[in-house]
Design a protein around this ligand. Structure first.
Ligand code: HEC
Length: 142
């Protein structure tokens, strides 16, 4: 009898844990998915490796696309953060693609989100494409 109760409790706990995981899987970039430290590291790296083309203010110019603001976010809305991570990791900086470490690409994603006024949170952005496929690029909550 005791055993049955124990098993029942275990099953409930597993179910709750499963639910929490399911929730964690469908996150939005409005939920504080990067840390402020990450964005700061990303900003320093951006200055070194990206600003020459995309502009100090991330606004781009006639030739280079901007990486902040409504235009940029419009392009990426509804897609997964993993795609942006892959785009940066695989194709940027344009003259030396593939040179960034995964952690650096994640820091740059954090800097880009910060630049578009998305909130920072307590958990750092993961540095794998798979993990970031679970986070959706939503319009900012204003
Ligand atoms: C030599 C110039 C150059 C440098 C340096 C450079 N980029 Fe780019 N980037 C481009 C060009 C040109 C495009 C547009 C073509 C493309 O999407 O590949 C682009 C596109 C992008 C896009 C997609 C933009 C969109 O609207 O979809 C992102 C994101 C990006 N770059 C991030 C970065 C980051 C982060 C760095 C620094 C590690 C970087 N770039 C460095 C030239 C550059």
């Amino acid at each position: 009898m005791k055993r049955t109760i124990l098993l029942g409790t275990c099953a409930t706990l597993v179910a709750i844990a499963g639910l929490q995981m399911a929730q964690a899987q469908a996150k939005s970039i409005n939920e504080g998915v990067f840390t402020a430290e990450q964005a700061t590291r990303g900003a320093a790296l951006y200055k070194e490796q990206c600003a020459a083309c995309h502009g100090e203010d991330m606004k781009g110019n006639d030739i280079m696309p901007g990486l902040a603001g409504d235009g940029f976010m419009m392009n990426w809305q509804g897609r997964a953060l993993g795609e942006l991570f892959d785009k940066i990791g695989m194709t940027m900086p344009a003259l030396d693609p593939g040179s960034l470490k995964p952690e650096q690409a994640a820091d740059l994603v954090a800097h880009i989100l910060n630049g578009s006024k998305y909130p920072a949170g307590d958990t750092a952005l993961a540095s794998t494409s798979e993990a970031l496929q679970q986070i959706k690029i939503d319009p900012p909550k204003r």
